[in-house]
Design a protein around this ligand. Sequence first.
Ligand SMILES: [Zn+2]
Length: 95
Amino acid sequence: MNQCSVCGHQRNDRDVKCPECGSFYSKIAEIIAEQEALEEMQTFRGRCKKILASDDVKQALLSELKLAWAGLTKTGVFALFVIFVFVFALVVSVL
Ligand SMILES: [Zn+2]
């Protein structure tokens, strides 16, 4: 038997809402919150937050950089190279 995560009231599996405190048992709200947290982890802001929140900021930053580097595919590197060459060509032609 599960309990309400908010007030600890014994919950009925068929109930959608806690009769004691009125909080929803629905997993959907929980899943959405989890998803949002996960999505934030993927963003630059989320990563910065994670790095700043860790005990060893330097170590966290290094591991994040390693992850980012490992995540770079050959196509990604090639795309970066093309962009770099394009910008370089543009700068040279302007000069
Ligand atoms: Zn409750």
